[in-house]
Design a protein around this ligand. Structure first.
Ligand SMILES: [Zn+2]
Length: 218
């Protein structure tokens, strides 16, 4: 093993405190075997101070191994969870997308995230058989989807590409950044559609109940 770059601060979802937290790289080395470099590093969470282990992509190029962070996997893996208000089939697909992301299966993660959004669109009454961006447009028009969120969907490249052929689905270009973008967006959507409205409704009915019990006492 030989020393490698101490990387600048990065953000990860912490497997211990579950915060999306900043991490310091506190140890970084690379092994060399058969002219291939195998970088590894240890990071500490700013929020809870616990450590994670990161495996980086292997490379034949020594310079590359210290220049590009190229994260392959993080241990321990974060076990994703979602709010119980999210419908079962949709929650399942989202959890799988998050799991894939955690083990650096970025293409699988993007596919599962897109599938989550497709299921969600149908669940909200979008027309079956339409392309995803058309369904999102439809939901925006009918007022079921927040305007900002619907507009954000068109900014995510991978959501626009849902062609029938493997080479025009946009998947070949999906890396960590894209996978993170679509995963964060999906999480935002689920929260906005299934979690927040129910929370507000629960608060309202609580307030009403309080007001009625107040009246009864009089
Ligand atoms: Zn932490």
């Amino acid at each position: 093993m030989e020393s490698n770059t101490i990387w600048p601060i990065e953000k990860f979802t912490c497997p211990y405190c579950h915060a999306i937290s900043a991490f310091n790289c506190i140890f970084s080395q690379r092994g060399v075997n058969n002219k291939t470099y195998y970088p590894i590093s240890v990071w500490s969470c700013h929020n809870c101070d616990k450590g994670i282990f990161v495996r980086h992509g292997e490379t034949k190029n020594k310079h590359e191994s210290s220049l590009f962070i190229n994260i392959k996997s993080i241990l321990p893996a974060t076990e994703p969870s979602v709010d119980e208000k999210i419908p079962e089939g949709i929650a399942e697909d989202f959890i799988e997308a998050a799991r894939d992301y955690n083990i650096a299966s970025y293409k699988s993660s993007a596919v599962m995230a897109r599938r989550t959004i497709q299921k969600m669109s149908l669940n909200l009454g979008a027309t079956k058989g339409k392309k995803l961006y058309q369904q999102i447009e439809e939901l925006k028009k009918s007022g079921k989807l927040h305007f900002d969120l619907a507009d954000m969907a068109t900014e995510i490249r991978f959501l626009g590409n849902d062609g029938a052929h493997p080479d025009d689905d946009g998947l070949d270009d999906v890396g960590r950044e894209d996978a993170k973008e679509i995963l964060d967006f999906t999480s935002e959507l689920l929260d906005d559609l299934y979690v927040r409205p129910q929370k507000i409704a629960a608060m309202k009915s609580k307030r009403k109940a309080k007001a009625t019990s107040g009246n009864l006492k009089k």
